[in-house]
Design a binder for this molecule. Structure first.
Ligand code: ADP
Ligand code: MG
Length: 821
């Protein structure tokens, strides 16, 4: 399969190389280049190839979709960037075929950072494929493979010197293994001897087969843990339930003298089945020996000195194999990390490289010429006059910031951040009208079909009488409908296009797309944003998000965007009363009584559950689900109309249910998180979210935002249960304390970390390894300032060519940096 991948990549690269030869003199000789590239890319997308190549290939393919009609400079740009993408796929994602013969010298020739790990001596095909399971493919990945923790092996204590209640690292050979049953209970015991005395390892909960397999008689182990004394007079010393990560097997006795493994602080890496600490330590060491010096000089010297940082090669060496007398680093402790120059250096560098990438991208965008839209916009004025309310000051400010960007000939890239219900849609609509009135098309992309429907309906309701034509594009359309909409978009009949990600589908071809809105950006990936933007030469882009992103994350993820903030809610909004209850406190009579009262007054309610139906998985049996609760609620609220909605329903069924709810033909809507974003039904005043422990805080905040949209007082019930044995009450309490999305998201970030918070996969949050956005936010802003300074003051970035090459190699495809710039 690997061979096949290489072959297809080659067939992709050949025509591109031919086209680019001699300053693209062959370009006109291959009129079908676009078609060919797309055909070959399709093979890559449909074949059984590694997942991670799909996104870059997809964007490569998209970039050739309207190739014939492009200007020559644009063509050459796309060819160069495609060649870059192919090179990266070859270098990073495709492990090179393993070498069979061992290289003679441990001093390897210093593979490039982004070369495959199998270039490292001692890393054969087997280890390379194990590393791949941990997403370590390139030499770079291994150099930045962060230890889970460090073990202090400077001092290994003899068993005879252990004292009860102390924490120690000991080494010993297994002398006996077995289950011991006495009248009271049975337990598993391993006895280790180190030449001075014997230490017991004890398990009360255990898998005997596993323990017997691991602790074979005669094997040597190194164990870390808290020592206690067995009950009774003169009881032996023991460690009870040593943690798996604190047990390490010493494969060969001679390793005890191995300076990588003992007598020092050693890194403890995340492992995968079949990979040992020893192998990893050796591989990292070899990678450092061979390649760390390539980092020499990457960090500009003045910046390095000013921030008190080390030279990178040295710092990298130190974060894996810290020097003798340094304190042990604790990754959970920001002071501990900040106290290590080596760690600070590596973390700074990770941030710095990304910041440079973001600034490069921003500069590229600014350089290109965009559309100068009209400054006056009668349609928008008319729309605003027709509203039953007036804009908030924050809305007005956002609208005028956007208008200023639109009128200027530079392409706009702006993030509009505003809490749930702050009225972002209106800001977008007004701006879209400006584009339409200036003779361009505008598109708005939203994450769910329900939301697309809603935006579509609202847009028509508000602009229908102005002669603006709005169309809806979603995946649920029939083939003929879809073709018709595509045609309307292509010939320019459609002024405003509302759609889901179906919009990025390449069959969609705009006549004159000038303005792009991406609603609820946090639900899309960075690359998807680019996908739609590429449908036009240099459209103005407005990205909207309701999940207020903590500043540290905003800088990272949206560093290439300008920021507008809507920091006030319409004055008519009332605070949403929020109750955080555990399932056991959920007194049914009271709880349903409250809701019945609201419904009796003509209001409506949402009930949200994590699952559609009962889970097949034993562990999730007790989690509530839509199907079951519809039954219960229909019984309980027999005098009201209960409907339900979830992601497995057909799109027109879902539309019908939403229509019913909006038109108040139904009182209770039972749903999955499908209604999480954007849905706007002002008469709904109650939302019940059960098994809330399964949701993130920001997600709960979003869901809560479904109510409190009208004139009536609203209530939110956040109900959690103890199914997983852990008490979520503490984490969820903040929901009752504040309705400030910023505070909630900051708390979310602290609880769950940035990856989960943003959903790493979908939003493409940069995968840092040593750096942590929350813990190291001070270093993040330092690196940001330094990157700005470097880009700002240096006319001649050529001095930093190596650094910028590194930036492009690391972030080029993710940020879609122009490889030639
Ligand atoms: P979000 O920012 O969460 O996308 P929406 O744009 O959906 O919020 O707006 C929520 C509701 O508030 C809508 O019903 C909208 O018509 C209404 N709205 C918007 N702006 C104002 C305002 N200035 N005053 C009162 N209501 C407003
Ligand atoms: Mg919205």
């Amino acid at each position: 399969m690997r061979g096949e991948l290489e072959e297809i990549l080659r067939s992709l690269e050949t025509p591109l190389l031919f086209a680019s030869k001699n300053n693209f003199s062959n370009l006109d000789k291959i009129p079908e280049l676009g078609e060919d590239i797309r055909k070959i890319s399709t093979k890559l997308l449909t074949g059984k190839f590694p997942e991670e190549i799909k996104t870059p290939v997809m964007s490569l393919r998209n970039s050739f979709s309207d190739f014939k009609r492009l200007t020559r400079p644009e063509k050459t740009r796309r060819i160069s960037s495609a060649l870059g993408v192919i090179r990266r796929i070859k270098g990073v994602s495709v492990p090179q075929p393993a070498r069979t013969e061992k290289k003679p010298s441990p001093r390897n020739r210093g593979a490039g950072f982004f070369g495959s790990v199998s270039d490292i001596p001692g890393v054969g095909a087997r280890v390379a494929s194990l590393l791949e399971k941990r997403s370590v493919r390139a030499v770079y990945d291994l150099l930045f493979y962060r230890p889970r923790k460090y073990d202090d092996r400077r001092n290994i204590t003899s068993i005879s010197e252990l004292l009860p209640e102390g924490n120690y690292t000991v080494r010993g050979r297994v002398v006996s293994v077995g289950e011991i049953r006495n009248r009271k209970r049975s337990f598993f015991q391993v006895r280790l001897r180190d030449g001075t005395q014997t230490l017991g390892l004890i398990w009360f909960n255990y898998n005997p087969r596993y323990l017997r397999g691991l602790f074979q008689k005669g094997r040597n182990f190194i164990i870390h843990g808290k020592v206690s004394q067995a009950p009774g007079r003169g009881g032996t010393l023991q460690i009870i339930h040593p943690l798996p990560q604190d047990i390490e097997i010493i494969e060969h006795e001679e390793d005890i003298g191995n300076p990588l493994q003992f007598g020092r602080i050693v890194p403890v890496y995340p492992l995968t089945e079949g990979l040992t600490q020893k192998k990893l330590r050796e591989s990292v060491k070899n990678a450092l020996d061979g390649s760390a010096r390539n980092f020499e000089g990457l960090l500009p010297e003045d910046i390095r000195e000013r921030h008190g940082l080390m030279h990178l090669p040295e710092a990298l060496e130190q974060v894996h194999f810290p020097d003798g007398d340094l304190p042990l680093i604790d990754f959970d402790d920001s002071r501990s990390v900040a106290g290590s120059r080596a760690h600070r250096t590596v973390i700074f560098f990770e941030f710095f490289v990304l910041q440079l990438g973001l600034l490069l991208k921003k500069r590229n965008v600014e350089k290109s010429r965009g559309v100068p839209f009209n400054s006056s916009c009668p349609m928008a004025d008319k729309l605003l006059r027709s509203l039953p309310f007036s804009l908030t000051r924050a809305q007005e400010k956002a609208i005028s910031e956007i208008a200023a960007d639109m009128v200027s000939p530079n392409p706009m890239n702006r993030l509009l951040q505003g809490d749930v219900g702050s009225g972002k849609t209106l800001v977008a609509l007004v701006s879209m009208l400006r584009a339409v009135e200036s003779g361009y098309q505008a598109a708005i992309m939203v994450p769910t079909e329900i939301l697309a429907e809603q935006h579509f309906r609202n847009t028509i309701r508000m602009t229908g009488d102005m002669g603006v034509k709005t169309v809806l594009l979603k995946s649920g359309l029939s083939k003929t409908e879809k073709l018709r909409v595509h045609e309307e978009i292509r010939i320019g009949d459609a002024d405003i296009v509302v759609g889901t990600h179906a919009l990025i589908s390449e069959a969609v071809d705009f006549k004159a797309l000038g303005f792009v809105v991406i609603d609820e950006q946090h639900r899309f990936g960075v690359l998807q944003r680019a996908g739609l933007v590429r449908k036009a030469t240099a459209p103005d882009v407005l990205v909207m998000t309701a999940t207020p992103i903590p500043r540290s994350l905003a800088i990272t993820v949206y560093g290439d965007l300008e920021l507008s903030v809507i920091d006030e809610l319409p004055p008519s909004r009332k605070r949403i009363k929020t109750f955080v209850l555990s399932d056991t406190q959920r007194n049914r009579a009271w709880f349903y009584g409250q809701i019945r009262k609201e419904l009796g007054e003509g209001r409506q309610a949402y009930f949200v559950y994590p699952f559609i139906e009962e889970s097949e998985n034993e562990d999730f049996r007790r989690i509530r689900h839509v199907t079951g609760m519809v039954e219960e609620l229909r019984g309980e609220f027999s005098e009201f109309r209960v409907s339900f909605i979830h992601g497995r329903m057909k799109s027109d069924e879902r539309d019908a249910v939403m229509d019913d709810f909006l038109a108040k033909r139904c009182d209770i809507l039972v749903s999955t998180t499908l209604i999480e974003v954007g849905v706007d039904v002002p008469n709904a005043t109650v939302i019940v979210i059960e098994n809330a422990e399964r949701f993130g805080l920001s997600q709960l905040h979003q869901m809560r935002g479904r109510v409190g949209r009208g004139e009536h007082e609203s209530t939110c019930y956040v109900v959690y249960s103890f199914i997983s044995g852990e008490d979520s009450g503490e984490r969820l309490r903040i929901m009752g304390e504040t309705s400030d999305g910023f505070r909630i998201s900051e708390s979310d970030l602290a609880n769950r970390g940035p990856g989960e918070f943003m959903g790493t996969k979908q939003s493409g949050v940069p995968g840092f390894s040593f750096a942590n956005l929350v813990r190291d936010s001070a270093l993040l802003s330092e690196s940001r300032d330094s990157a700005r300074e470097l880009m700002g003051k240096e006319r001649n970035l050529g001095r930093y060519e190596k650094l910028f090459r590194h930036v492009r190699a690391k972030w080029g495809s993710m940020l879609e940096l122009d490889t030639s710039s």
